[in-house]
Each structure stands twice: as structure tokens, then as C-alpha cells.
Design a protein around this ligand. Structure first.
Ligand SMILES: C[S@@+](CC[C@H](N)C(=O)[O-])C[C@H]1O[C@@H](n2cnc3c(N)ncnc32)[C@H](O)[C@@H]1O
Length: 217
């Protein structure tokens, strides 16, 4: 899969690319390309945003700047383009699974007041929010989406560790059961007996019951 990110701070993604799972699949299952709007802006002095029509505080990312960046990268045939916006469709595990099936997607990050609305209407196929709160720019949201999608790609995770997870199909979209490790007792806090029983059927039944209880289903 290829994921392209359009941003003003490509270097911010360096940390993410050094971490698993992305580090492990870069150059294999995942191709990541970072584009700086300033490299293709048609405006002088690297300008990318401008004052809002109608007045008010803040700056708005210009539509001609984003159009130029997309044209420079794709010509007339862009892939699925997702604008990161707090006003977008919430990013959920089903949407992550859907995106992980794509061959190629592009993410648009903005800052300050956000996008000129024509970018969302005409240059993007989707707008995606990582939650009902406002961050300073779209780079953390892009990294959240990138990580969530990358870990669904083949080879990203150890065999089996991505199957039984919160929000996954295996648990009916519910929450995962609790985990424990050594020591079996700490400050009087004990690991549930069933997990020490060695009885896999009982462990499995207990885990599914815990998952249902946590999910409230
Ligand atoms: C300060 S925000 C703009 C908020 C916008 N003025 C509003 O009130 O809806 C700047 C940029 O950060 C990104 N961003 C902030 N919060 C986000 C969220 N919850 N999900 C996705 N992107 C977000 C978007 O790219 C957004 O355009």
C-alpha cells in the first residue's frame, strides 16, 4: 500500500517511521511519501495560507496551493484523498480496515483555521476526524491514521496479535478482555485463578465474558 502525506512539516514524521509497526514494513508492504506544500506552491516566498474572507482571526490553507501539490504529485489522476479535519467522519476501526484495503491513499494536513472549504469539497474524497476535539494541526491526526492503517497491513504485527483486539470483528466490535503477566500476586493484587488453571477452554470462555462485560453487551 502507498500512503502519501501532504504537510508543512514532513520531518515531524521521522519519529513515526522509526517505530514499529511502520519501521518494519516500510519499503515492503508500505510505501510512505511525504510532500511539503511549500515545494509546489505557486505563490511567492513559499506562501501557503492566507487571511479568511469575511475577516476574523487566523489563516486558512489556500485551495490553489493544495491543488498545485496534488497536481505535481498525481497529474490528473489522484488517489483517494482524505482531508484531516475535526469536522470529518470519525475514524473508527471499520474505516481503518476499509482504508487498509486501498492500494493508495493521500492525507491532507492543515493548520491554523484549517482548509479553504473548496479543498474539502472539490479536492478531497473524504474528510476524517480522529475525535471530537481540536488539535493545532493535522500532523498528529495523520500519524494516528497512518499507524492505525499500517498495523493492519500484512507483516506489520506478530502472527495472531492483531486478530483479537478491541473493536475487531473477532470480538464483535467490542472491547478486549484484561491481560495479566507475572508476578501472579503483587501487593495482594491477584491474577484471576482461571488464567493460571491451564484450562484453555475455561480461559477462552472467561475472556469472552470479560469482553462482553466491558463492552456492556
Ligand atoms: C486548529 S485546527 C482547525 C479547526 C477548525 N477551525 C474548526 O474549528 O473546525 C487545524 C487543523 O488541524 C487538524 N485537526 C485538528 N483537530 C483535528 C481532529 N480532531 N481530527 C482531524 N484533524 C484535526 C485539521 O487538519 C485542521 O484543519
Amino acid at each position: 500500500m502507498r500512503i502519501d502525506v501532504f504537510t508543512l512539516v514532513p520531518h515531524a514524521f521521522a519519529w513515526l517511521t522509526e517505530q514499529r509497526p511502520i519501521a518494519g514494513i516500510l519499503g515492503g508492504e508500505l510505501e510512505l511519501r511525504l510532500y511539503n506544500y511549500r515545494d509546489s506552491t505557486p505563490l511567492r516566498a513559499g506562501q501557503v495560507d492566507d487571511e479568511p474572507y469575511g475577516g476574523g482571526a487566523g489563516m486558512v490553507l489556500r485551495v490553489d496551493v493544495v491543488a498545485a501539490a496534488l497536481e505535481a504529485a498525481y497529474g490528473a489522476t489522484p488517489p483517494r484523498v482524505l482531508a484531516l479535519s475535526p469536522q470529518g467522519t470519525p475514524l473508527t476501526q471499520p474505516l481503518v480496515e476499509e482504508l487498509a484495503q486501498e492500494q493508495h491513499i493521500a492525507l491532507l494536513s492543515s493548520r491554523f483555521e484549517g482548509f479553504d472549504e473548496r479543498i474539502v469539497e472539490h479536492l478531497s474524497t473524504d474528510a476524517v476526524s480522529i475525535g471530537p476535539y481540536v488539535l493545532s494541526n493535522g500532523d498528529l491526526p495523520a500519524m494516528v491514521l497512518l499507524d492505525a492503517v499500517a498495523r493492519r497491513l500484512p507483516g506489520a504485527l506478530a502472527e495472531g496479535s492483531g486478530e483479537l483486539e478491541s473493536f475487531g470483528e473477532e470480538l464483535g466490535g467490542g472491547l478486549e478482555y484484561p491481560h495479566y503477566t507475572r508476578p501472579a500476586e503483587f501487593r495482594g493484587w491477584e491474577v484471576p485463578d482461571v488464567l493460571l488453571s491451564g484450562n484453555h477452554a475455561r480461559v477462552d470462555a472467561w475472556r469472552r465474558e470479560q469482553s462482553r462485560a466491558r463492552t456492556g453487551s
